[in-house]
Design a protein around this ligand. Structure first.
Ligand code: NAG
Ligand code: NAG
Ligand code: NAG
Ligand code: NAG
Length: 355
């Protein structure tokens, strides 16, 4: 079941990213169809890993990075400009840059390799640059071309997306780590060579999740924008964005109430979602998941006993078979379910939007 969903996501993203009309605008920037083909797998693998990370980071949140959120292309009329949109853009753009950079260091592309531009220079006390630094400049350049190329508009939303794409790419750079190797007489480590290496993508996800929590809402002066001519209003918009650090995520609209199903926004609501309860090893955040997803959304927590079959009592028989028994095990899972059990009063009290 999981696997099917996974494949579906890949297809969805491939087509959002490679929307043909979006691509054609951008096409002339590359040296032709060959360049497009060279990087296209990487770009779509990268966008996909961004989305997987999004799903991980938002696993126990009301908004859990649903498919409907993943339309990066401006051609999607539904696109929103919420805090969540800002994360989707940053993490996708980071994912694309990350994969391109990694591919480059692995020697997957003819025209690119490690960044050895600093090699041989002294980097600091006791160390010199050496080895294979990940070529983030390459990853940055190509991913910018592909991902930013999807933004064809000039309005505040387009600027917001471009800003968050950039923040995602900066996160990849920001998180790079210096890795060193010792040299010197019998491993004395009197001198080291060091290079810069990409962090684990998970760390970039964690970092951007914090940026998401701190994201800034930009208030566009709608009246002034309407009153002025379009060049004026564009200048005002650009100015508003230039006041924000590129490392920070920005958004324009408040989030809708993610508790509630809203078909026109493509939101499923939290009814039917699984949450975690009672596990010994849960983080604070996980431990509160039933409250956040169910109770505070006016839903009740339903306990379901589910029988799972696992391989157990496996025995190795010489030679060479493994015999196992099927063991049935009952696990308890928790889900948010219908509003029936709630009184009208309680329901009203819990209705307020809450992140
Ligand atoms: C880039 O890396 C990804 C995963 O690491 C891999 O699936 C893909 O095939 C690589 N792309 C190229 C062009 O080698
Ligand atoms: C869905 O969201 C839109 C926009 O926020 C809102 O106007 C509409 O009332 C919502 N619909 C429902 C059924 O909540
Ligand atoms: C509990 O969490 C720790 C660290 O996250 C992990 O090392 C350990 O294996 C977990 N224990 C169980 C029973 O899952
Ligand atoms: C809840 O309120 C509605 C009207 O607001 C009423 O029709 C319904 O009977 C109430 N349900 C309960 C369980 O009190």
């Amino acid at each position: 079941m999981k696997r099917n969903t996974f494949i579906f996501t890949t297809v969805g993203l491939c087509c959002a990213i490679f929307d043909t009309s979006a691509w054609s605008v951008n096409n002339f920037l590359m040296t032709g169809p060959k360049a497009y083909l060279t990087y296209s797998t990487s770009v779509s693998v990268g966008a996909h890993s961004g989305i997987e990370e999004c799903k991980h980071q938002f696993n126990w949140e009301r908004w859990n990075c649903p498919e409907s959120a993943l339309q990066l292309s401006t051609h999607n009329r539904l696109r929103s400009a919420t805090r969540e949109t800002s994360f989707v853009h940053a993490i996708s753009s980071a994912g694309v840059m990350y994969t391109l950079t990694r591919n480059c260091s692995m020697g997957d592309f003819d025209n690119c390799g490690c960044d050895d531009s600093r090699n041989g220079r002294v980097g600091g006390r006791g160390w010199v640059w050496g080895g294979c630094s990940d070529n983030v400049e390459f990853g940055e350049r190509i991913s910018k071309l592909f991902v930013d190329g999807l933004e064809t508009g000039q309005d505040a939303r387009a600027l917001m997306n471009l800003h968050n794409n950039e923040a995602g790419r900066l996160a990849v750079k920001e998180m790079m780590k210096r890795t060193c190797k010792c040299h010197g007489v019998s491993g004395s480590c009197s001198i080291q060579t060091c290079w810069l290496q990409l962090a684990e993508f998970r760390e970039i996800g964690n970092y951007l999740k914090i940026k998401y929590d701190q994201a800034q809402k930009l208030e566009m002066d709608k009246r002034r924008m309407r009153a002025g001519n379009s060049a004026d209003s564009r200048r005002t918009t650009v100015e508003t964005f230039s006041n924000v650090l590129t490392t920070e995520l920005v958004f324009l609209e408040d989030s809708p109430n993610y508790c509630m199903r809203n078909a026109s926004l493509g939101l499923h609501g939290t009814e039917g979602r699984e949450c975690l309860q009672g596990g010994k090893n849960l983080s604070q955040w996980e431990r509160r998941s039933c409250r956040r997803l169910c109770t505070e959304c006016g839903l009740r927590i339903e306990e379901r006993k589910i029988e799972v079959v696992t391989n157990c009592h496996c025995k190795f028989r010489w030679c060479c078979v493994v015999n196992c028994l099927d063991c049935k095990q009952t696990v308890t899972k928790y889900y948010c379910s219908g509003r029936r059990a709630m009184s009208n009063k309680t329901r009203r009290r819990n209705r307020g939007p809450k992140r």
